[in-house]
Design a protein around this ligand. Structure first.
Ligand code: SF4
Ligand code: SF4
Length: 163
């Protein structure tokens, strides 16, 4: 990973308990402009962070796959959904389908996704800071500060506004 991106993660790890308290405060206060501020900070973070120089989500935390994701990927790979499931997936502790191995088997050396057009919906939605109802995504956003440098950066921005 790009060294500057690693610094965002290292910083988030060092601020883990501070961030946890911040998220508890956010949840309690439920600020009106949270979505707007978070979405703006997301756009600003991805102006300077390039996923192709990172790939950390695809290397460390795979998506969960719903049946439509499995069907789409199987069709693209020209195999049966059952074969795709058998070859690539396992059931995790929440009883969701996830990839058997990380880094993701579809991640290429240059951090491109070899099934990009057909990737699971959860991959499309990651890291969620571009979405609405952020107040319902505080737990995952906190966890993502330890995985995604862009989320770590977004949260530092949120702290400047709301702390
Ligand atoms: S399917 Fe593509 S985007 Fe999703 S984890 Fe694998 S490499 Fe990353
Ligand atoms: S979404 Fe975040 S963790 Fe994933 S590649 Fe982009 S910057 Fe890295």
């Amino acid at each position: 990973m790009n060294l500057a991106y690693q610094k965002h993660l290292t910083y988030a790890i060092s601020k883990k308990s501070e961030n946890k308290k911040f998220f508890e405060k956010l949840k309690k206060n439920n600020p009106t402009n949270l979505d707007k501020d978070c979405n703006r900070l997301h756009d600003e973070a991805f102006e300077v962070i390039d996923c192709l120089q990172c790939g950390n989500c695809c290397k460390t935390t795979g998506p969960l796959l719903l049946y439509k994701d499995i069907a789409r990927l199987a069709k693209y790979l020209k195999i049966k959904p059952a074969t795709f499931t058998e070859n690539y997936l396992r059931i995790d502790e929440d009883k969701d389908y996830v990839f058997k191995k990380m880094p993701c088997i579809f991640l290429e050396e240059n951090n491109c996704c070899s099934v990009y057009e057909n990737r699971p919906n959860a991959c499309r939605e990651y890291p969620h800071t571009q979405q609405s109802k952020i107040i319902q995504k505080l737990k995952i956003t906190f966890e993502n500060t330890l995985i995604c440098p862009a989320v770590a950066k977004v949260v530092e921005g949120l702290k400047l506004i709301y702390n």
